[in-house]
Write a protein that binds this ligand. Structure first.
Ligand code: H79
Length: 433
């Protein structure tokens, strides 16, 4: 009896391990990590008010007003081609679009809710246009999808006092989630399902597990973030333990901690608000570059968020800022794409990436002309230069590597230095500076 029990247990256990392994192919996640830089978009009828998507419903914007904004949503200057071209010119490789935020509005032609883009005066399936533009430019297409839906009658929570939901029914609501995400996978070919809003009580670990295997069953090549399940540690975004589903971690509005074991992606806004806000404070070029390079240097991807305006255009100042980043990446991209974070862990003033026998140092600030860092493990530095620039003099002892960077060689915002080693940089243990 005991052996039969343990046999069944072993069988079930190996089946579940098997399921986990087949659900995430290493090359799928490697390909994702190699891309490094993507664009997040938060957009919807709420841009008519300029307040935050989802969160302002029933707060800054009276609920009834919020829920009727779609009747006026007519972004006549929306041009999917222009958006994706902007993204491409920024050096970004993938795209994640808010298909349904916590407010419950569906930005595509869905069969499962009338509260969708086809019932606005605009009447066009913006999601399909974006998907087609991504295909045209060779950009990976992904979709943000909120698990909570504060407006949906079957979802138990509204977040607003005094609103009763007599039709609350989580199992019915879960069926709605399955139906909608099936459309995103089958009709729109989404490659990334970027969930959110999983932290509320009605969503459980059991739903999370079931949803993850359901979606992988529809297409095993869809990447799914860790917000599908209940394992996320707040805005830090890491996953509590292996028992929770999710292909990558999701630090929000912060650069994730150094981690080259578990895939992660920082999501961050180029201004302050996720959805467009008039005259929102925009990050400087310096802040944008440091955010990107410290994220990549820590082993992560950056999903950088833009909120387009109510007429469908992105703000010109944001397009210009992204273009500046793209111009940098055009020249120095080999130090970003396809690299691994480290071996030096990011600091305030420097971050590093590596590939093959090379280490790239991104120096943001340096007092004087000498860069002093620990030697890269057991390796010898063979030569050292500014990336795409002049050779630099250096000395190495057993412990220390000293690189001379003449003042006139220092570049604005970031100076990238390439070290060529006598061995594989991938094998070096992380180094704290
Ligand atoms: O979709 C974006 C956010 O709307 C969503 N996740 C990203 C990707 C998000 N979920 N939780 N949070 C953001 C954190 C919530 C912060 C809040 Fe607030 C503080 C909610 C209410 C007070 C920020 C400030 C949002 C509204 C005011």
């Amino acid at each position: 009896m005991k052996t039969l029990f343990s046999l069944i247990f072993t069988l079930l256990f190996s089946l579940s391990v098997f399921a986990q392994q087949t659900s995430l192919k290493p090359e799928l996640i490697k390909n994702f990590q190699d891309m490094k830089f993507g664009m997040f978009i938060h957009w919807g009828p709420v841009t008519l008010r300029g307040t935050e998507i989802g969160w302002s419903r029933g707060h800054q914007v009276e609920m009834n007003d919020y829920d009727n904004l779609y009747k006026e949503f007519n972004p006549v200057l929306f041009d999917a081609d222009k958006w994706i071209k902007t993204l491409k010119d920024a050096g970004m490789k993938y795209f994640v679009f808010t298909t349904r935020h916590h407010d419950g509005f569906s930005m595509w032609d869905t069969k499962f809710s009338d509260y969708n883009i086809m019932n606005t005066p605009y009447k066009k399936d913006v999601l399909m246009e974006l998907k087609n533009a991504c295909d045209k430019y060779g950009i990976m297409f992904g979709t943000y999808y909120s698990i909570c839906d504060w407006r949906h009658p079957n979802y138990p929570i509204s977040r607003i006092e005094g609103v009763e939901k007599p039709d609350a029914d989580m199992d019915k609501f879960y069926l709605f989630l399955k139906n909608q995400t099936k459309e995103l996978i089958e009709k729109y070919g989404t490659k990334i399902l970027w969930f959110d809003g999983e932290w509320e009580k009605p969503w459980t670990h059991e739903y999370g597990q079931d949803f993850y295997s359901y979606l992988k069953g529809l297409n095993e090549n869809v990447l799914i973030n860790n917000r599908v399940d209940k394992g996320r540690k707040g805005m830090e975004g890491t996953t509590k333990s292996k028992e929770f589903a999710g292909d990558f971690d999701t630090p929000e509005q912060r650069i994730g901690s150094f981690d080259i074991e578990n895939p992660w992606e920082t999501c961050m806004t180029i201004c302050n608000q996720w959805a467009w806000k008039p005259n929102d404070k925009m990050k400087s070029y310096d802040q944008c570059m440091q955010t990107l390079l410290k994220t990549v240097g820590g082993g992560g991807n950056l999903l950088f968020n833009v909120g387009p305006m109510l007429d469908g255009r992105m703000e010109q100042r944001q397009i210009d800022r992204l273009k500046q980043m793209g111009n940098w990446l055009k020249k120095y991209g080999e130090s970003v794409y396809g690299t691994t974070g480290g071996p030096y862990k990011p600091t305030e003033w420097m971050s590093a990436t590596r590939k093959g026998d090379k280490i790239y140092l991104h120096v943001f600030s340096l007092d004087g002309e000498e860069l002093k860092i620990p030697v890269p493990g057991n390796n010898q530095v063979k030569n050292c230069s500014i990336l795409k620039g002049k050779k630099l003099k250096f000395e190495q002892s057993k412990k220390e590597l000293i690189i001379r960077i003449p003042a006139e060689q220092k570049l604005n915002v970031v100076t990238t230095i390439v070290l060529k080693l006598n061995g594989d940089s991938g094998k070096i243990e992380p180094i704290e500076i």
